[in-house]
Write a protein that binds this ligand. Structure first.
Ligand code: ADP
Ligand code: MG
Length: 266
């Protein structure tokens, strides 16, 4: 197993936030973490990559406790894209090159520069290489941080709401890219997402969190109306459109509108 998250407990001050969170991710597997705001998704990602130290439980990476790796080694293993990102005076090229930091001793080598170049091409940023990151659009900046995580050549990719700010085409492209990297190069990816449909389309497994604990986990089949009701408190239809699984909220939507129209007509 590439990544084992076993019984993670965490609290900020004395408020318990994560309560015994347990799941595993295999090589070539993309796991989506879903759940309402405040469920503890971002906190969980930070516990997995070691930014936060869990109060209980253990994170095993390739069979060893995460803590047993030094900071540098752990950074080589895990690429992390935080939920919020801001630009600065650095160029796109340099910002992505930063991802190579755990590998660089005396200054970037040819391989580092080449990897950055290739990755910029991969995410479609090559024409912006010399632009400062504080003059990018939200979507472009989002691609920069994804590229930075990718040049790290990590074994585990942790992406926190990384499709935010991206237009529809870019959302699909970046998700497809992460899915491709996961399935082809044997990485394990964990993606925190709000867009259930985007998650359903590309992820292999699902972990649904509520109030700091795992409410359900499994394959696509677990995403059904009862679960959505329990976790998000909304009514949904779960269907399929042109082979693509689809979750559509109906509360305040289709069902009620029809009634509303009828009422007006009458
Ligand atoms: P999610 O990513 O699922 O929206 P978070 O992990 O960001 O949830 O937050 C989980 C809970 O922890 C929330 O109640 C939030 O208010 C709280 N929280 C998050 N960060 C901090 C912090 N730095 N200090 C105290 N409480 C925090
Ligand atoms: Mg979050």
């Amino acid at each position: 197993m590439l990544l084992e998250v076993d019984g993670i407990e965490f609290s900020y001050d004395s408020t318990p936030i994560l309560k015994g969170v347990t799941f595993e991710v295999k090589r070539r597997e993309m796991v989506a973490i879903l759940g309402p705001n405040g469920a503890g998704k971002s906190t969980l990602l930070k516990c997995i990559n070691g930014i936060l130290k869990p109060k209980g439980g253990v994170v095993m990476v390739e069979g060893l406790p995460g803590e047993s790796y030094g900071t540098r080694e752990r950074a080589k293993k895990m690429g992390y894209v935080p939920q919020t990102n801001t630009g600065n005076f650095m160029t796109v090229f340099d910002a992505v090159l930063l991802g190579r930091k755990p590998y660089i001793r005396w200054g970037p080598g040819e391989r580092d520069l080449k990897l950055v170049e290739e990755t910029l091409k991969l995410v479609g940023l090559e024409s912006l290489a010399l632009k400062r990151t504080n003059s990018l659009s939200g979507g472009e900046l989002q691609k920069v941080v994804v590229a930075r995580a990718l040049v790290q050549k990590p074994r585990v990719l942790l992406l926190d709401e990384f499709t935010n700010n991206l237009d529809l085409k870019n959302q699909l492209e970046v998700m497809k890219l992460v899915s491709k990297i996961t399935h082809e190069s044997g990485v394990a990816s964990i993606v925190v997402m709000h867009d259930i449909n985007l998650a359903l389309r590309y992820s292999d497994k699902f972990v649904v969190m509520a109030k700091g604990a795992i409410h359900a986990r499994g394959g696509k089949e677990i995403i059904e109306p009862q679960l959505m009701k329990e976790v998000y408190g909304i009514e949904v239809l779960v269907g399929n459109l042109g082979g693509v699984p689809l979750v559509v909220p109906i509360e305040g939507g289709v069902a009620r509108d029809e009634t509303g129209e009828d009422a007006h007509a009458g």
